[in-house]
Design a protein around this ligand. Sequence first.
Ligand code: EPU
Length: 315
Amino acid sequence: MSTEPFSLNSLKEATELFQKHFGKEVLFHEPLKNHLAYRVGGPADILVFPRNEADLHWISTQAKAYQLPITVIGRGTNLLVKDGGIRGITVSLEKAFKEIDLISKEEMGTARVRVGSGVGKPELLGWAIDQGLTGLEFSSGVPGTIGGGIYMNAGTKYGCYGDILKELRIFSFSGEAKTYSREQFHFGYREQTAVVDSMVVWVVFELKPGDKTAIQKEVSRIVEERKEKQPLHFPSCGSTFKNPEGFSAGRLIEKAGLKGLRVGGAQVSEKHANFILNTGDAKASDILELIETIKQRVKEEFQVTLECEVIILGS
Ligand code: EPU
């Protein structure tokens, strides 16, 4: 008996419709490990690559008609998909919403830029350097898409996307697209209230004209700092846990003696204890087991509850 909220028959009918509508832009039973930075994760029933808002409307209409859940992925730099994969429709931002448009620029004031949710964070930063615009240096070395960055309110000790956000266009899975101002939502440490049962289409950021050489220098400095502290040679999702208030997750994990701990192909990094690496053939279940062990040991040793920063999806 199926435990899904939808029938296998409706999935089969939807599969045929998606095939007809999207052709090469849709894949079925596609292993998500091929699409995610962690290189783990089971299959998506339907993995679709929309190009525009009209595609999103079509997808949300079919999702409603066939009662299929929708999940959105960017480049998967902060996603851990379980080995059973994702049921229903998975929407990839890989091929959509790639535009960067300078809307306004006052030489002595501010510059506003509209950025599609499928634009890579590194690409946007590179563009800002070329344009001599300052304000994105905090994101130096941070991977993934802007859509994912907004969803996570991604950031570093130098800032986060919520700090420079002015407007955002959101497509709700109920089928409606609307533009909102930043003030309508809360953006905190790795959390926000704007993107819920919905996805980002584009955002407007406020930057400032600056000195190109100085911006480039600061970006290089932060990238070097990151290389020195973080293990970047194996697939990972960056920080696994949020820093609990007043603590550093990495330091707690190290003090609990967990650096180097292994389950299957997954390992707590020796370089930075808040990184769990896929050393080659990790399964999601290996990583999940390490996450549980770390939480338990840190709780026992320090009475601190660690909360995942990495987003866990699937079944
Ligand atoms: N530390 C240890 N042992 C470790 C790792 C860190 O003792 O194994 C100590 C460090 O010595 C330092 C403190 O913990 O005193 C903080 O470490 P670090 O400077 O590396 O920063 P972090 O708090 O671990 C945060 C973000 C990173 C971001 C860096 C730099 C979180 C959960 N992580 O890391 O973001 O790159 O600051 O700005 O907020 C990410 O989100 O995926 C990410 C990598």
